[in-house]
Design a protein around this ligand. Sequence first.
Ligand code: F6R
Length: 609
Amino acid sequence: MCGIVGYIGREESAPFLLEGLEKLEYRGYDSAGVAVYGPDGLRVAKAKGRLKVLAEKIDGGRAIPGTVGIGHTRWATHGAPSDVNSHPQTSAGGKFAVVHNGIIENYLYLKNHLIRRGVEFVSETDTEVVAQLLEYYYDGNVMEAIRKVVEKVEGSYALGILCEDFPDRLFAVRKDSPLIVGLGRGENYIASDIPAILSKTRDICRLKDNEIAVLTRSNVGFFDIDGYFLEKPVEYIEWDVESAEKGGYEHFMMKEICEQPKAVHDTISPRIRDGRIVLDDIALTKEDLERFRKIFVVACGTAYYVGVVAKYAIESMVGIPVEADVASEFRYRSPVIGPDTLVLIISQSGETADTLAALREAKHAGCRVLSIVNVVGSSIANESDDVLYTWAGPEISVASTKAYSTQLALVYLLAIHFAELLGKKSPEECAALLAAVEKLPEQIESLLAHKENIQFFASRYFNAGDIYFIGRNIDYAASLEASLKLKEISYIHSEAYAAGELKHGPISLIEEGTLVVALATHTGLFDKMMSNIREVKARGAVVLGITTEDKLEALTAQADMVFPIPSTETCFLPSLSIIPMQLFAYYVASMKGCDIDKPRNLAKSVTVE
Ligand code: F6R
């Protein structure tokens, strides 16, 4: 997500902070800032936009002298990109400056608590709450203030902290968000990612959750949350800059596939409180929902395939008819829509031209527009009536993976929320559904632990000329995305078919050795899928089956190889079945030597029609 770099030494810090932040540009950001402790005390400079805007503002760093500093590139989550929302955030009395990666889940509660005690806030960020809380608790002992803040805040954070009273100290603490300390000679560093400090040092210590680092020029002290001193091993980094940017992975796509457990967790957990869904960010009421006769889900590409899952999930849980449509069709086909229609727009970038145009059509027709978007402050977010953000962080690989998973997670939360509001599910049923959603991150993690099985299968079939994906119901929805993933990065021709459609045409394509990937996770339709698998096997197909663990044996009897996934509620299965499919696409493309992160002819954000 965002990027952090910090420096304490004998040289001017701001030029180095700019250099370090530049090394983190690949992560994506919308604004940047630095805080430097110098002859004039603690000074902060921030700017919306590219790093060069900030660099010009501070004359390449020369305008803010000082040998201790922290810097940040921000990817907006709470509050649109702007100078004031950029980091560092400072406390009202100016004692603390803070840079933060992650999400403070209970920030609204803490903010209101502080406002009631007279603290004045200037930004919309969750990070400002940390700066203000530090000052609120501070009585001359920074470690104690940090400890109290850590006790109060919920969520994920990597924090770099400067305190006006300690010009020779730089503080850092983390939970669920990476932070490293770099060790130099007469100077030390902090960073969220290795590339930021690789030009200075290869000796690093990785902070663990709730560990605090106190950096001086000559020394770094590590402490646990109770203030006890910790010995930490020093790691020597052998990576070059390019592999450091990818966190040691060969491609951003694999890095992002592996980030999915965290991305899904970050997206859902702030929206679940005391076992209930809290969608503070949207204003849709029970009365609004009762008015809707139909829901349209409109999007492009991968986001559209989330819409296909949404159709199954919302119709089965909420009972409102749902139509999923690709934006380029929707906008030109005079759909029957009006004030009694909810239009759910899904977009990672928030800038896709067709999706934006479809949104405007829907608004023009008087529909209520709710969007699921990853980029805060994007055009789609700005023009929607309500927005739910996927907190996936920037997605760099053109092939979408973590955006898909986080969009699915929000669709599930919406479906459960709607079902609860409309009384379509009992509180007990909703609680069970929610518990299943909460389990998804660890289930995705467990699937990623068995990557090598898929790699092995890919190694045998990466030369296939055509690959067909079949499934029924939510398995058909996931097949569509599985097929898109494969074709866009491996350039292998592939199609997804509703398995029941096979005998209406596509089965004539099956011949000796044709590869068919059969998604058979839907328990109620498993026997039907087994018949379809038999049909293609009888015509010579090689079948890779995906099913739940309890059906492993039955499917193994028919398929050439089976990859099991854990069980979950039927509607949520695509979140798990897509993981081996993403890996399959990745390994096939890798074995074919394709340019995985930048497939030919494709752009990350399609802002033209
Ligand atoms: C495929 C992919 C694209 C996007 C599509 C919509 O991996 O990434 O199909 O899903 O271009 O983009 P957004 O979600 O930015 O509207």
